[in-house]
Design a protein around this ligand. Structure first.
Ligand SMILES: Nc1ncnc2c1ncn2[C@@H]1O[C@H](COP(=O)(O)OP(=O)(O)O)[C@@H](O)[C@H]1O
Ligand SMILES: [Mg+2]
Length: 249
């Protein structure tokens, strides 16, 4: 059965798009057929990370508005066989509504093993639309208090929408910085305050940032890809270590 997962965060810039792409690539390497839908209307970026920006004609707003056939807004990424993407609308004015996106996902869901939905930050209408067709959520935070608070806000919103299956991804983790900040006794304390079960810790990784900017995310082996591989394996029901080295703090 296919899984539809929304990537969410209360606070902007925690790494939702980066984690969406990294996870999508890792799932494809497990031979899964994956569709990544960018739902960040007006701020789309997944196309750049996947290097398909020049080919785009139609987007999610065309697919739900009858401006094109649904399949015309789904692009095959050149470098990563098995990874499909649907771009967000270029303008925030073309934001789609929750009901039409839910309908779209219901229609195409069976064609994929995974549909990952990259959402805008916060709990506004854009997020509501992005989450409408999802069965579960990955909440991407950075290890600091405003981001943790954002996680609680997202959990609340997801609950209102009937989505209780939410897991925590701690992104941009750097042991020295975490210790140096002295805000939490340890990572367990941060996880407790988040009230959300941990599924991955992704290290701060200057390579993933640079590679994503160049639109080459899928081509290189970088330290954070190990975390994405483990995240993909966990979604598949396996139990790889939760980045042991990182947690030893
Ligand atoms: N694990 C990481 N290590 C280093 N930089 C990261 C990591 N994850 C994300 N970034 C950087 O953080 C910035 C915001 O990431 P992005 O994925 O666009 O966040 P969001 O989609 O939540 O707004 C980008 O410059 C990205 O390259
Ligand atoms: Mg983003």
């Amino acid at each position: 059965m296919s899984k539809v997962i929304v990537l969410a965060s209360g606070k902007g810039g925690t790494g939702k798009s980066t984690v969406s792409v990294g996870l999508a690539v890792a799932l494809v390497k497990l031979n899964k057929k994956v569709l990544l839908i960018d739902c960040d209307s007006g701020m789309r970026g997944v196309d750049l990370m996947l290097g398909v920006e020049k080919e785009l004609i139609y987007d999610v707003s065309d697919a739900v508005g009858g401006g094109c056939d649904k399949s015309a807004a789904i692009y095959v990424t050149q470098n990563i066989f098995g990874l499909y993407m649907m771009p967000a609308a270029l303008s925030a004015d073309d934001e789609v509504s929750p009901s039409v996106l839910r309908q779209l996902i219901a229609e195409i869901k069976d064609d994929y093993d995974y549909i990952l939905i990259d959402s805008p930050a916060g709990t506004g209408s854009g997020f509501e639309a992005a989450a409408a067709g999802a069965d579960s959520a990955l909440i991407v935070i950075n290890p600091e208090p405003t981001s943790v608070r954002g996680c609680l806000n997202i959990r609340h919103k997801l609950s209102e929408m009937g989505i209780e299956d939410a897991r925590l991804v701690i992104n941009r983790f750097c042991p020295d910085r975490f210790r140096g900040m002295g805000l939490y006794k340890d990572l367990d304390q941060l996880i407790d305050i988040s009230c959300t079960q941990l599924i991955a810790v992704v290290p701060e990784d200057v390579q993933i940032a640079a590679i994503a900017q160049r639109g080459e995310t899928g081509q290189k082996t970088v330290p954070s890809m190990v975390a994405f591989r483990n995240l993909a394996a966990r979604l598949e029901g396996e139990n790889p270590p939760l980045a042991k080295k990182i947690l030893k703090i």
